[in-house]
Design a protein around this ligand. Structure first.
Ligand code: ABC
Ligand code: CA
Length: 562
């Protein structure tokens, strides 16, 4: 009996595929490069002009991204977030064309402007070969009807082209969101306006729910997707999300656009993660001028550490495609470098929006959606490319030197000068300020107990050495308002890309190369069909057929008393 049982289990285990869906912990140590497919790179390295203020397609493609992965990986990013992939309205609307991908018309087809199913699969496998992950932006909340002429009720809108929901009854009754303090209004009325209404999907209808769950399972599987950025998460009832996320079977990061930690936190219970909007607002205002309020950043971060379910996987960003770029507020290089440092030294996953590394300055939408190819993907003499490359390498080195780095909540070390901020996240110490590059004031960060006694630390941004005192404290004068990121010299490899002349770490240690990635390559997805399938699943979404079969067989065996 035992031998038979052993044999059956062994055969079952051998049959299990070696691919695993990427979970929150698989994403925790990663760094994400956010790109708009239409604006990142054109096929065959073409570079036709793009005027973002026209809000028209500029012809970036998935092939274009595949050809430029060296650029992204060279800065130390090991995952990308791409804009929505499904077919959108083709018309030029009152707000331009759907180049950003958020105006879905047919979620069972891909957006032909960005390429074919094979192109998207090729991007996914190219990423996996490099040990990189693919995050795709998905929209559940709404579709956009072609004849978007608003009337007083949704029955008079044309839903016939929407796939797979082509009836008025598949959508909530026509009403625009008017009261952001009324959650039912936020969830069941429509985004957009009378010029371009976003038809709000009836996510209360069980058959629509199950269609969406099957859709996401098929999408993730067909294209080997490792994570989802979930658009408009706050516009769909919270209890919709757990089953959707489980069907996807991969890491989920929700967009809950609001500055209020208390409002955002409950979404970290129903999704793996959220975009850290509350701390985005306090971060931006803290460093946007010399009078920015650093203590408001401390307060919001402290509140979010207490209320987010897993702060270590929350997405931290200074820029994205919806908000004016930081350099549209200030171009003081010291303030810019301080603000840009934050996402890489805090508790969550850093996200960099394309173009920030190139110093783009676009203001409100759509000016902040510049084409990246205008830069020629040049990385030499680009101080912010160097800045993020170093920050990525330092974060990897800190994680390699201390296995609890990524999960240890950062601590603020109180400073006397309100223009200074000191953060301890062992073995890393980040020293930030909003003094700006022209301040005449002399100021010094003082932080006790942040290192080992007499430890030799290196500011990775300048390669200057900082020696800790006998009780592990540091005292570091501010130079030109610039940030400093200290890590032990022993955590940096002597033959590495980061400050090799002062590094004392073993040759070949992590941090030895800016493009080092910790991920293991994942085989490319096996599904061959081009269309995105909507099928019924068994509820083991995203785990792969092998796992599903194993699960069902094991349940069967258990039921028979095995
Ligand atoms: C277009 C035009 C706009 C025009 C609008 C009606 O139509 O560009 O000028 O006003 C896509 C396009 C947009 C397009 C929209 C609508 O579709 O990219 O260009 O706008 O057609 C996500 C995506 C975003 C995408 C969509 C739609 C959703 O990231 O790119 O937009 O799929 C709301 C949603 C949020 C959404 C955002 C654009 O709109 O919640 O999911 N983003 C308040 C509200 C927020 C609201 C925000 C902006 O205003 O609370 O819910 O976001 O309208 C803080 C407060 C916040 C406050 C902000 C502004 O200030 O704490 O509460 O947010 O201090
Ligand atoms: Ca809704």
């Amino acid at each position: 009996m035992f031998a038979t049982r052993f044999y059956v289990f062994s055969v079952l285990l051998l049959a299990v595929p070696t691919t695993f869906a990427a979970s929150a912990s698989d994403w925790r140590g990663r760094a994400i490069y956010q790109l708009l497919t239409d604006r990142f790179s054109q096929t065959n390295n073409q570079a036709t002009p793009c005027n973002p203020t026209q809000a028209l397609y500029c012809n970036g493609t998935w092939n274009g991204i595949t050809n430029r992965l060296d650029y992204i990986q060279g800065m130390g990013f090991d995952s990308i977030w791409i804009s929505p992939v499904v077919a959108n309205v083709e018309q030029t609307t009152a707000y331009g064309q759907a180049y950003h991908g958020y105006w879905a018309q047919d979620i069972t087809s891909l957006n032909p402007h960005f390429g074919t199913a094979d192109d998207l699969k090729a991007l996914s496998s190219a990423l996996h070969k490099r040990g990189m992950y693919l995050m795709v932006d998905v929209v559940v909340n709404h579709f956009v009807s072609t004849s978007s002429v608003a009337t007083s009720d949704n029955a008079n809108l044309d839903f016939s082209k929407l796939v797979p929901f082509s009836n008025a009854s598949d959508f909530h009754p026509y009403c625009f969101i008017t009261d952001f303090n009324n959650q039912t209004n936020v969830e069941q009325c429509w985004l957009g306006d009378q010029h371009l209404p976003l038809a709000d999907l009836n996510t209360e209808n069980p058959s629509i729910v199950s269609t969406m769950n099957n859709w996401i399972q098929g999408l993730v599987k067909s294209y080997g997707i490792d994570g989802l950025r979930i658009d408009t998460a706050k516009h769909v009832r919270k209890d919709f999300w757990p089953a959707f996320a489980m069907s996807a079977g991969v890491f989920t990061m929700g967009e809950v656009l609001i500055g209020d930690v208390g409002y955002v936190a409950p979404y970290t219970q129903v999704l793996d993660s959220v975009l850290d909007y509350p701390n985005y607002y306090t971060l931006t205002s803290a460093f946007s001028s010399q009078t920015g309020n650093l203590s408001a950043l401390i307060s919001s971060v402290t509140a979010s550490q207490k209320s987010y379910s897993t702060p270590s996987v929350v997405g931290s960003f200074l820029e994205n495609h919806d908000n004016p770029r930081f350099q549209s507020i200030t171009q003081d290089i010291s303030l810019v470098k301080n603000a840009m440092t934050w996402p890489f030294i805090q508790d969550g996953i850093p996200i960099l929006y394309q173009g920030q590394e190139q110093g783009f300055t676009g203001g409100v939408v759509p000016a902040n959606q510049e084409a990246l190819w205008t830069t020629g993907f040049n990385t030499s003499n680009k101080p912010l490319v160097t800045h993020v490359t170093t920050l990525n390498a330092a974060r990897k080195a800190a994680a390699a030197a201390n296995s609890t780095f990524l999960t240890t909540p950062l601590k603020f070390v109180t400073q006397q000068d309100p223009s200074l901020l000191a953060v301890s996240k062992p073995p890393l110490v980040a020293l930030l300020s909003n003094l700006g590059s022209n301040s005449a004031k002399s100021s010094t960060w003082v932080a006790s107990g942040v290192a080992s006694a007499n430890e030799v630390l290196v500011d990775v941004l300048s390669c200057a050495i900082v020696k800790a005192d006998g009780s592990g404290g540091v005292s570091v004068p501010v130079v030109g308002g610039l940030p400093q990121v200290l890590i032990p010299a022993s955590a940096l490899a002597k033959n590495g890309a980061v400050c090799p002349s002062v590094a004392t770490g073993a040759t070949g240690a992590t941090g030895s190369s800016s493009s080092t990635t910790l991920a293991t390559a994942k085989p490319s997805p096996s599904t061959k069909s081009g269309a995105i399938s909507i099928r019924s699943g068994l509820g083991f979404g995203g785990m792969g057929d092998g796992w599903r079969v194993l699960g069902v067989v094991l349940l069967g065996l258990l039921a028979q008393g095995w």
